[in-house]
Ligand binder design. Structure first.
Ligand code: GYE
Length: 306
């Protein structure tokens, strides 16, 4: 019968495979680099990729995942906008026997059978690296160091974890005071708006810690509009290391960047191939990344891909 043929079918050829990818949005330079890298990797591998952009809204992402389930794709990959609220739709994918890969961001589900692999950065580690630079930079200062934190999207894994890692390291010394902490939604406009408002209530701030480059770039605009010098009057530390961020670091307007790599496409293709071959991919694949000072940014910029 056709049934027995189906169950004995084994791996599909790559040009028969269909993968559905539910992206967060296009909120930052990181995100657009991530989208391009994933689309290019699937094109190069000759695997069909269905792509949807959730415009930073969880309900859109859930809709996209449901539609991939309905279309019977072979693998679903997605970068969850926020950590919570995924169990229902992930159980639907499981019931339909469609493996799910988390790329870039985590879900907080207790049941880790709901996804086959989680590929992405260690965001707590990134927050710690930002904090370690701050501790070193102010090691000789006995005065309080007043910090504004520009948070990523509320409830998103990188916003939660980058705050946690930073607080853990800087919290060991009372002189570091986070005087204000607000979300700028990982966008340049958000970073600018929040900084504008917070500078009015906190004119004596020493440093801005932004959870991504784009919000740091928005902060630069707000600082300059207030007649101050970013990188000097107010220091800036960010995460990502996209080209615009690296340029601002090279120009001395940002002081330090913790790298977060958006180049996850090839590794995602590998996971899809493993799943297709009936292999079990590693449950957690952590991206390797570095940090950049001004000198290192100047050196790295000419070869930077994104
Ligand atoms: O840092 C930020 C983007 O999830 C790691 O999302 C990603 C973050 C990245 O909007 O720029």
């Amino acid at each position: 019968t056709t049934d027995s043929v189906d169950s004995a079918a084994g791996p599909k050829s790559l040009d028969e495979l269909v993968v559905g990818f539910a992206q967060v949005g296009a909120e930052s330079g990181w995100r657009t680099a991530n989208t391009t890298d994933i689309q290019t990797a699937f094109e190069d591998a000759g695997i069909e990729l269905k792509f949807s952009d959730a415009q930073q809204k969880q309900e859109n992402q859930i809709k996209a995942i449901r539609s991939y389930i309905q279309q019977g794709v072979d693998v679903i990959a997605f970068s969850p906008v926020v950590e919570t609220g995924w169990d229902a739709v992930l159980n639907e994918a499981k019931a339909a026997n469609i493996p799910v890969v988390l790329t870039d961001r985590a879900v907080d589900s207790q049941d880790d059978s709901l996804y086959v692999s989680f590929l992405g950065s260690d965001f707590i580690e990134e927050g710690k690296k930002a904090g370690e630079w701050v501790v070193e930079e102010y090691k000789d200062s006995t005065d309080p160091v007043k910090i504004i934190q520009l948070e990523g999207t509320t409830g998103a894994a990188p916003a939660i974890d980058r705050a946690e890692g930073f607080a853990e390291v800087t919290g060991a010394d009372d002189k570091f005071e986070i005087v204000a902490s607000q979300t700028g939604d990982f966008t340049r406009a958000g970073g600018k708006q929040v900084t504008e408002a917070l500078l009015k209530s906190n004119p004596n701030v020493d440093l801005i810690y932004a959870h991504n480059d784009d919000m740091g770039l928005g902060a630069i605009e707000a600082i300059e509009a207030a007649g101050l010098k970013p990188g000097e009057d107010i220091k800036i530390v960010t995460v990502d290391a996209v080209k615009d961020g690296m340029q601002a670091l090279a120009d001395g307007k940002i002081n330090f960047i913790v790298e977060c790599s958006p180049l996850l496409g090839k590794q995602l293709v590998d996971i899809v191939k493993q799943v297709n071959d009936g292999e079990t991919p590693e449950k957690r694949i952590i991206t390797e990344e570095t940090t950049f000072t001004q000198e290192q940014a100047i050196e790295a910029l000419p070869d930077r891909q994104y």
